[in-house]
Every structure is written in C-alpha cells, then in structure tokens.
Design a protein around this ligand. Structure first.
Ligand code: MN
Length: 233
C-alpha cells in the first residue's frame, strides 16, 4: 500500500492525525515509522498527543530507543515498544501503540480476541496477550519503560500484526504506515463488535482459513486517503 509522493515524515504526521481523529489514540498513544534510509533507526514524535503532532516534533531513535543527536526534548516513555519491534521484525516498517477502551476487556479476561470481519482479518484469529508480570513480576507500573520490556513484548507479538497488553492496550505492527493505521483502526471496532455479539450468545468469528485468505490482501489505499482527508479537514 503506497500512500502518496509525500515524504515519510509528512506521512508520519498524517498517521498521527488520522489515529487521533478516528479515536484510536487520545491524549496518549503513539505511532512511529522506520527510517527508510537507515533501517536501524526510526522516527517518532516527542512526547505529545498525536492529534497535535507537527513535523517539527519528530525525533529519530536507534533501535534501542536512544535519541539521535543531542535531542533533549522529552520522548514518550514507552518508545521501547517501537524500537524493540523494529529490531525483532525486518518486515515491519510502522508501529502503533494505543489504549483504546473497547480492546481492554480482552486484555484482562480469558475471552480471546479474534477477527470477526474482513477489514480486521490482519489481527488474526487469536491476538496474543502480553502480560508484563509473567516475566517481570508483580509490582511494575505496567509501562514498557525499557528495551528489555519491549523485546519481551515483541516476542509475544511474534510474527503477527497485533499484540494485546494486559490491563493496558495494544501494539500493532505493519509493513507500512497505511497498513498499520488500517489494522489499528479496525482492531478496536472488531473488539467492540465481538463484545456486543457475546452479549447475545454464541458467536462465530472468522475461521483460520478465512483469515489466511484475507491476510494476503494488501488493504485498500482508499482507506488512507479517506481518513487523511477527514483528519486534515
Ligand atoms: Mn501505554
């Protein structure tokens, strides 16, 4: 999925605005992109709410999430989610972290979250849940505040597109900003629909075979264009 002839930093600003406008992130949450010129670096805003992010806010980081240069602006505490996923996954070029309410019930209960409809198929038939206390014990503040925590999260993500975080939120990994944004927009919608259906009785999610067919799709370039225009209006 290509988006436009604009450069990657403009695209990252647009991704921030789309995610804010579509309600995937609010005060908190963030989106990054791998540096296409230097794949061992990535771009992410300084600590600011995504809807407010401008091009001048963007910082560059190493994969262990140290800022490049003498950039002393405050960085997001949980930037390690991004660096660790890029380090673990050569195929990933964009990462999103969000705390969307509709996803939270599936991070704290035994009910698995799986895709129920085609636009959400890339989340897979069972999104894994990362529990910070499984490896780092009871008594953390739940935040991915170092590279070691990020690396552990990336292990639970494995080769998937999404990972839930217990009592916290989720992270999404995509081959492009457009793909990651599309997954991050549909993951909470899918969670809400599944939760609603569960109130009605038994549910039938997409099967493994349906997910396998749908995951091969590249997604629709129309989605990015539409959301970007809505966000910048
Ligand atoms: Mn968080």
């Amino acid at each position: 999925m290509t988006t436009s002839g604009k450069d990657i930093l403009d695209e990252l600003v647009t991704a921030n605005h789309i995610l804010g406008n579509e309600g995937v992130v609010d005060v908190f949450g963030h989106v990054s992109v791998r540096d296409p010129q230097q794949p061992d670096r990535y771009f992410l805003s300084c600590s600011r709410s995504p809807e407010l992010v401008q091009r001048s806010d963007i910082m560059q980081f190493t994969l262990d999430s140290k800022p490049i240069g003498n950039d002393e602006r405050e960085a997001y505490i949980e930037r390690f989610i991004h660096g660790a996923i890029y380090e673990a996954r050569q195929d990933v070029n964009a990462v999103i972290h969000s705390h969307t309410d509709d996803v939270l019930p599936f991070t704290i209960s035994d009910r698995p979250l799986g895709a129920v409809m085609p636009p959400a198929a890339k989340i897979g038939s069972r999104v894994p849940v990362w529990d910070i206390d499984a490896h780092f014990g009871d008594g953390t503040d739940m935040l991915v505040r170092n590279h070691e925590f990020g690396t552990d999260l990336a292990k639970t993500l494995a080769d998937g597109s999404a990972v839930l975080m217990r009592g916290h939120g989720f992270a999404v990994a995509g081959s492009s900003l457009a793909e990651a944004v599309q997954i991050a927009v549909f993951l909470p919608r899918n969670a809400k629909i599944l939760w609603q259906a569960l109130q009605m009785g038994a549910v039938k999610c997409l099967s493994e075979a349906e997910v396998a067919v749908l995951r091969k799709g590249r997604g629709s370039p129309r989605a990015w264009e539409y959301w970007a225009q809505r966000a910048e209006r």
